[in-house]
Design a protein around this ligand. Structure first.
Ligand code: ADP
Ligand code: MG
Length: 315
């Protein structure tokens, strides 16, 4: 459905997007994950035809964005990082206005009513957009992207700034969109992506550093087991003490856990190192504040990949 080929975007000396290629199949929900400044918005702005690329091509459902901008744009519903809302309009007036602007050919009243129902705005048609909460404003942005039932929906950090309840609602909405549309959505938060997507692309410094099905990504870490640990004490001493445990194959320092510091420990398949970790930390008087097995693997992978791509761990 979407084919991105050798896409590069330079802003003067900055290469925001560096020769990336990927395809998205029809009906797929693709998560575009990467730290701030990775090039997510730039890529999305190019796919949707908002800005042009320095080189490379984007094809959506057979049409090329540069040679057939109008035709291609009609196939895409886009929710940019900052939704283009006219805050002095009511919800319904705004959607009617956007309906006309996009020259949607569907029956206007029914179509708008249907979309408002879908995003949970059906009781809010008469409210002024400026009086809506951030979560409801985001729904209006969603509704605008869905006008005309485009086969492709692109959402740039749709959950930023929302509270946890709103985030869950938006996640549900994205999942439901995946039934009828091909969806790409970006986030800098891993849990956001892994909860919602079939497939994840990780981008860092303008380059794709991973592209896999959500479950394959954790499997890519195979060949051993993992646990994470938060402990208080001197990081160098804790690391070296953990490394002394016979079954441990690798210890990596994570971020500050406040209090304490997080460590990721890899160890041999079939072993249980919890007691050894406890004794080791007791020996050097480093209280363990948290110990978790396995479930951090995706988070760890993300950290490891983005750190490697950036050329080493910041100390
Ligand atoms: P993300 O959405 O992943 O946070 P962006 O695509 O917004 O990342 O930005 C990627 C890089 O390109 C950043 O280094 C950013 O500073 C730079 N950049 C983005 N837009 C512009 C612009 N209009 N002019 C100059 N640099 C830009
Ligand atoms: Mg962005």
């Amino acid at each position: 459905m979407i084919e991105v080929k050798n896409l590069t975007k330079r802003y003067g000396k900055i290469t925001a997007v560096d020769d990336i290629s990927f395809t998205v199949d029809t009906g797929e929900v693709l998560g575009f994950l990467g730290p701030n400044g990775a090039g997510k918005s730039t890529t999305m702005n190019i796919i949707t035809g908002y800005i042009s690329s320095t080189s490379g091509t984007v094809t959506v459902d057979g049409s090329e964005i540069l040679s057939e901008p109008k035709k291609t744009k009609q196939k895409i519903g886009y929710l940019p990082e900052i939704p283009p809302l006219y805050i002095d309009m009511t919800v319904r007036k705004y959607l009617e206005f956007m309906f006309d602007l996009k020259r949607v050919k569907l029956p206007k009243k029914e179509h708008i009513a249907e979309i408002m129902r879908l995003v949970g705005l059906d009781k809010h048609g008469k409210r002024l957009i400026k009086n809506l909460s951030k979560g409801f404003k985001q729904r209006v942005g969603f509704a605008q992207a869905l006008l005309g039932n485009p086969p492709v929906i692109i959402l740039d950090e749709p959950t930023v700034g929302l509270d946890p309840k709103q985030i869950i609602e938006i996640r549900k909405l994205i999942k439901s969109l995946g039934k009828k549309h091909t969806v790409i959505f970006s986030s800098h938060v891993l849990s956001e992506i892994s909860a919602t997507c079939d497939r994840i692309i990780i981008i860092c410094d303008g380059k794709i550093i991973a592209d896999a099905k959500s479950n394959e990504l954790s499997a890519a870490l195979s060949g051993g087991q993992r646990m994470s640990l938060v402990a208080e004490g001197k990081p160098a001493e804790i690391t070296s003490e953990l490394e002394k445990i016979p079954a441990v194959t690798k210890v990596r320092r994570g971020g500050a856990a406040d209090p304490g510091v997080k460590y990721y420990v890899e160890y041999k398949q079939g072993e249980d190192i919890r007691r050894d970790v406890f004794s080791a930390m007791e020996r050097i008087n480093a209280p363990i504040l948290e110990m978790k097995s396995g479930d951090e693997s995706l988070e760890e992978l993300y950290l490891r990949l983005t750190e490697n791509a950036k050329g080493g761990e910041a100390s």
